[in-house]
Write a protein that binds this ligand. Structure first.
Ligand code: SF4
Ligand code: SF4
Length: 243
């Protein structure tokens, strides 16, 4: 199973992660009345996918460069296969998300990252040798989360609809051929430093990508998803000869 960046939410206190059948149901409901409201927006490592950044920038009306400078930490350590972009948390003793409001919740709710949408469902994807994408799911249960004590029954399908996560999944899945260049390969390939820089500059800094490679591409604010699609295809073409 390959877990893509947009599904990566890491936090201490994860008490269980159980495989979840695609048709299975589970009890869960999150709402402002739960005693743990917004607890999950603190002390977490929140990895952002390129589409997460695009949506957050839209919500905040920020250029790509300004968003990366103000809200992102880019890490590419010796054990990392590819660079990861994390949301910078606030130094308030609880490492809170910069967008959390204790009483009203998420200030960027309509454009919150995919990891915030999918919890408590974790989604992994893989490509088979024919290039067909396969999904697998797990149910994550954090100690502090009271959402499982609620009576509302969910299925993966209605949870994804409710959270409007399918567009996020669609864009995040497009990363898979970049992270795993050969469909029949069992393992991911570590990026070179040059690839890591190109990956970030192309997919996370769309303004830079457009300026360098598509200077004449007419673009309205609503065309950012189309620009990200261009960037993904462009990067894939750059790397195809090496795969
Ligand atoms: S983006 Fe919103 S939902 Fe996600 S951690 Fe921050 S405040 Fe919570
Ligand atoms: S119920 Fe779970 S997901 Fe909802 S606010 Fe509480 S900890 Fe977060």
């Amino acid at each position: 199973m390959t877990v893509l960046p947009g599904n990566a939410l890491q936090r201490e206190g994860l008490s269980s992660a159980q495989p979840l059948d695609a048709a299975a149901s589970f009890k869960f409901h999150c709402h402002p009345g739960v005693p743990c409201f917004t607890d999950c927006c603190r002390e977490l490592e929140l990895a952002l996918s390129p589409y997460d950044v695009l949506r957050l920038r839209k919500s905040l009306s920020l250029s790509a460069n300004d968003f990366l400078e103000r809200y992102a930490i880019i890490e590419f350590g010796p054990d990392d296969l590819y660079p990861k972009v994390y949301l910078t948390m606030i130094d308030d003793g609880r490492a809170s998300c910069p967008f959390v409001d204790p009483s009203t919740g998420c200030r960027v709710y309509a454009d919150r990252p995919s990891a915030c949408r999918t919890y408590p469902v974790g989604r992994g994807v893989s490509l088979d040798e024919q290039g067909t994408l396969h999904e697998q799911f797990i149910l994550l249960h954090e100690e502090h989360c009271h959402g499982f004590a609620e009576e509302q029954t969910q299925t993966i399908a209605n949870w994804q609809d409710d959270q409007q996560s399918k567009e996020y999944n669609r864009f995040n899945d497009l990363l898979l051929p970049l992270l795993k260049p050969a469909a029949d390969s069992q393992s991911l390939v570590r990026f070179s430093d040059e690839q890591a820089t190109l990956y970030i500059d192309t997919l996370y800094n769309l303004d830079l990508f457009k300026k360098k490679y598509l200077p004449d591409y007419a673009l309205s604010a609503d065309d950012q998803p189309a620009l990200l699609s261009h960037a993904l295809n462009w990067l894939l073409l750059q790397w195809q000869p090496a795969s």
